[in-house]
Design a protein around this ligand. Structure first.
Ligand code: GLN
Length: 511
């Protein structure tokens, strides 16, 4: 075992270990934070994960935590552990740009519910992370401000839209972060950056204070480098919120962290053998050979752990791309109507003729190309005469998908498939071809449409040493099963706490 001294910054450690070290007095929350910012300073120019840092806020909370430790208080779990937050989640007094020029100067006047929950736990929020504009994209290249680079290979994208939140965890800057997942925006970057990313059941985590993209699909979702860390963070952010009318009244019997343990699984399954389903439609076609290979090995690993693996069909699952690109833009076109440069955001400096001209100029200047494309698509799909043909049909397809998943749960405990058809791709490789970019999410999008929970975790590397992710899916509110199965797999494959060697901290603390 490595000797830890009070000088160890704990940057390479799990969130739970960092918390433990703070609680035990082995280190302090402030020195962990110092080390965090030194590490960011050293690497951020290469990675580009952050749109802004919130140092004052972070130090306020770290100082409070240290006072409590000094006073002999028992801290709540994860207290003192630094965390980064995607820049479409409101942090009072901090800029919340959503990666868009239209909100370049917008400062959130209130905290999102999840941010309140982090603060209540004493988790220092260290900064706001880069994203595709309004969370629309799969590579973080649609940010109006900067590129984010994949720490495993800086010429590659980190995935998206929560690319900044993924890259900062992957680069060892923080052990935890929050993103948002509407069609895969946490699971796909988790897969491309070698992390664990969990999209909870729709309604489990409050959306209050998350700038809405597609309200019936959005969920705030945690990133970490291990299943246990992600489970611990889920314990912090899950729960009913009266401020969100889609928030569920659900409480797990025991903390999620207890489920992130293979030993908890047999009881969860009532002593029965674990049954894992492979989705026939998402096995092979359009996937890199390296991804297919890693997936086949994952299947073998499940079998070696005593699971029974069967292949089954989720009819229409591949067609969900089409349904998503009606439903999500339709909701987005309505949600984004509020950004007219009057109440929020940047206003045109050009001369305007009348109020419509003002709206047009503000929105033309403020929104990027992908956001405009989605607004146009969505407005068209909702327009009179087309509503039934497009939106109505897409909703009907969504209902069929829900029924298909229900059928699957009669046969298996969890489903598995590769999270993303490819590993991280070159920066610029797909920016001219939106459809190819959209296909990055073929396996993640159906999960949001069905409202079920799913998690991505590392299952191997390709020939260029880029990480590959496995997606595990479970029935609604069965996060306990999901976490149990994920930790069984994580233990078996032994890929956890992955940080590319160039970003491993030296262990030298500045204090
Ligand atoms: N890439 C998908 C999209 O652009 C999903 C984005 C997300 O989950 N926010 O819509």
């Amino acid at each position: 075992m490595m000797m830890m001294t009070t000088n160890t910054p704990f940057l390479n450690q799990s969130a739970l270990a960092v918390h433990q070290a703070i609680q035990s007095g082995e280190t302090t929350a402030v020195s962990v934070l110092d080390a965090t910012y030194v590490h960011i300073e050293a690497h951020e120019a290469q990675v580009g994960a952050f749109l802004s840092l919130t140092k004052d806020l972070a130090y306020d909370y770290a100082t409070e935590v240290d006072k409590k430790v000094k006073a002999g208080e028992k801290l709540p779990l994860l207290a003192g552990v630094p965390i980064a937050v995607k820049d479409n989640i409101s942090v009072q007094g901090a800029k919340t740009t959503c990666g868009s020029k239209i909100l370049e100067t917008y400062v959130a006047p209130y905290d999102a519910t999840v941010v309140k929950q982090l603060k209540d736990r004493g988790m220092p929020i260290i900064g706001k992370t880069n994203l595709d504009e309004f969370a629309m994209g799969s590579s973080t290249e649609n940010s109006a401000f900067q590129l984010t680079h994949n720490p495993w290979n800086l010429n590659k994208v980190p995935g998206g839209s929560s690319g900044g939140s993924a890259a900062c965890v992957s680069a060892g800057m923080v052990s935890l972060s929050l993103g948002s997942d509407t069609g895969g925006s946490v699971r796909q970057p988790a897969s491309l950056c070698g992390l664990v990313g969990l999209k909870p059941t729709y309604g489990l985590v409050s959306r209050f204070g998350l700038v809405a993209y597609a309200s019936s699909l959005d969920q705030i979702s945690p990133f970490g480098r291990s299943v246990a860390d992600v489970a611990a963070l889920l314990d912090v952010i899950a729960g009913h919120d009266a401020n969100d009318m889609t928030s569920a009244q659900f409480k797990p019997e025991t903390p999620y962290l207890n489920s992130a343990n293979p030993e908890a699984l047999p009881q969860r399954l009532g002593g029965k053998k674990l049954k894992v389903g492979i989705i026939a439609e998402l096995n092979g076609e359009g996937m890199d050979a390296s991804v297919q290979q890693a997936f086949q090995q994952s299947v073998k690993l499940f079998e070696a752990q005593g699971a029974e693996v069967v292949t089954l069909s989720i009819g229409g699952i591949r067609e969900m791309m089409a349904a998503y690109y009606i439903i999500a833009p339709a909701e987005a076109s309505s949600n984004l109507a509020r950004f007219d440069g009057i109440r929020y955001g940047v206003r045109t400096k050009e001369k305007v003729e009348n109020v419509y001209d003002l709206f047009r100029k503000n929105r033309s200047e403020g929104f990027g190309a992908e956001v405009k494309r989605r607004i146009l698509l969505g407005t068209f799909a909702l327009s009179s005469g087309y509503y039934d043909a497009y939106y109505g049909k897409a909703q009907a397809a969504r209902r069929l998908l829900v029924a298909e998943f229900e059928k699957a749960w009669q046969q298996v405990d969890v489903l598995i498939c590769p999270t993303s058809p490819t590993t991280a791709f070159d920066i610029g490789a797909k920016t001219d071809d939106p459809i190819t970019m959209y296909l990055s999410d073929v396996a993640t999008i159906p999960i949001n449409l069905a409202g079920i929970p799913a998690l991505s975790l590392p299952c191997g590397f390709d020939e260029y040493h880029l990480p590959i992710g496995l997606q595990i899916m479970a029935p609604k509110f069965a996060e306990t099963t999901l976490l149990g199965v994920a930790s069984l797999f994580e233990d078996a494959i032994g890929l956890k706490n992955l940080i590319p060697s160039a970003f491993k901290s030296t262990g030298v603390c500045p204090v």
